[in-house]
Design a protein around this ligand. Structure first.
Ligand SMILES: [Mg+2]
Length: 131
């Protein structure tokens, strides 16, 4: 299984929105453990997908999310040609959409096969931080 994880609002707190573009918040509680468990307990492939520059995310994950510790997995910036990510013990980072079995995102809406009621759901949609 491949799991895609959004960065802002899922891994990075993002309490003040994009602002000046810096990564200013601490990690969301449990984010590092969740990613660790996906990789090392479940053996899944994981990549982080964000509109941010992957370099910025990689540096923050190494230094802040994983506190500069030696970890039993790598963090790899994906090539712009990548369409799939099946690597094990290796967190991919991309700012392009690539294939995954599930996308974890604070701004996602699950499509259930019908557009009925979706306009109304969109009008009241809030992120967890906006509630
Ligand atoms: Mg987000």
């Amino acid at each position: 299984m491949t799991v895609s994880i959004d960065f802002d609002g899922v891994i990075h707190g993002y309490s003040q929105g994009y602002g000046d573009g810096s990564v200013y918040d601490p990690p969301v509680e449990g984010a590092a453990q969740f990613i660790f468990d996906c990789l090392m307990v479940k053996g899944w492939s994981v990549f982080v997908m964000s509109t941010r520059e992957p370099d910025q995310i990689k540096e923050w994950m190494e230094n802040t999310l994983f506190e500069g510790k030696e970890m039993p997995f790598k963090i790899t910036i994906l090539s712009s040609k990548a369409r799939f990510w099946n690597a094990k013990k290796n967190i991919g980072i991309t700012n392009r959409k690539i294939a995954a079995h599930v996308y974890i995102d604070d701004r996602g809406m699950r499509f259930e096969g019908s557009f009925e009621g979706m306009l109304e759901q969109l009008e009241v949609m809030k992120t967890w931080q906006g509630k």
